[in-house]
Design a protein around this ligand. Structure first.
Ligand code: PPE
Length: 305
């Protein structure tokens, strides 16, 4: 339910929420030909601030490249539009969803003369997997669906069409009573969640699938790697086999929406003692301290509204 006063930035104009529509013959609707971002604005001690916005905008433009999609705005224009959107909607802590897609002109797989439409929306979005999940962790299911290989479709791009794989895996997990899925790649090694990257803790060291494992180059993954190394943890970006999950001391998801969410069971196998592990808690606290600005670490990661 939205306040009708809310606006969405669409192709250069601030548009009322209910008027921010597109034609049913929009290319992106038929072929999944769009790219998007998910970022958060945190209501920090120094006021609302976009977290790692530059990295998100950079990735949006990178995601468009494999599709020869020309985003007809500069990074600065999209940043100004986003800051203005947050101010206009009087938001403080919110989730920002930029999307660029081949619009309405012609159908057929080739986008031909379709325009590239761009929109940015923002809304309050709490804990992605539920408030309880942040503290007590979630139960995940290893999906029967495998992640696409990056040789089949660039998995380092946030392409709209990729998320049918995420939906298949995530909904299969929820139909079976789990909160989220964990997706293996075509080699059968661990890739990531439907909307999250994965970390494993073993004997006090951190492991996370390498970018070669057909995963999204997560910005929160990068943040947590940085925070972990600053706290003296060894971090290994490597292949993680399915079997290693059972003997992990700790597992957790990271994402702009998921933030840092502990995993307590995989296919009903208890991970560690079945609750948020100490390393997970240490890094989760470091993350939330960072984004709430209780310290001035990494101030370059914040764009104040
Ligand atoms: C497949 C995937 N893997 C990893 C991540 C984590 O990346 P990062 O946000 O840069 O740390 C996300 C973000 N998932 C976004 C979409 C969630 C949704 O349901 O929509 C998000 O977290 O905003 C993914 O979609």
């Amino acid at each position: 339910e939205r306040d009708s006063l809310d606006t969405i930035w669409m192709n250069g104009e601030f548009t009322d929420w209910e008027d921010a529509t597109t034609h049913v013959l929009t290319h992106g609707l038929h072929y999944g030909t769009g790219v998007f971002e998910g970022a958060r604005c945190y209501d920090t001690e120094n006021g609302p601030a976009l977290f790692r916005w530059d990295a998100h905008v950079e990735r949006l433009f990178d995601s468009a490249k494999p599709y020869d999609m020309e985003i007809p705005y500069t990074k600065e224009e999209l940043t100004e539009a986003t800051l203005e959107l947050i101010r206009t909607n009087e938001l403080e802590s919110c989730y920002i969803r930029p999307v660029a897609y081949f619009g309405y002109h012609q159908l057929g797989v080739s986008p031909g003369d379709c325009p590239t439409d761009v929109a940015i929306a923002a809304w309050p979005w709490g804990a992605y997997l539920g408030e309880d999940a942040l503290e007590n962790g979630i139960d995940v299911m290893v999906s029967s669906w495998r992640k696409h290989a990056s040789s089949q479709i660039p998995t380092n791009a946030k392409t709209n069409g990729l998320y049918v794989n995420s939906l298949l895996a995530g909904e299969e997990a929820r139909r079976n009573g789990y909160e989220e899925a964990l997706v293996l790649n075509k080699e059968g090694n661990v890739a990531e969640g439907p909307g999250e990257n994965l970390f494993m803790v073993r004997d006090g060291e951190l492991y996370t699938p390498a970018l070669s494992e057909s995963i999204l180059d997560g910005i929160t993954r990068d943040t947590v790697i940085t925070l972990a190394e600053e706290r003296g943890y060894d971090v290994h970006e490597t292949a993680i086999s399915r079997g290693e999950l059972n003997t992990a001391d700790e597992l957790f998801f990271t994402g702009s929406a998921a933030e840092v969410t502990p995993i307590r069971k995989v296919d009903n196998v208890v991970i560690g003692d079945g609750s948020r592990g100490p390393v997970t808690e240490d890094l989760q606290s470091a993350f939330f301290d960072l984004v709430e600005r209780t310290s001035d670490e990494h101030d370059d990661w914040f764009t104040y509204v």
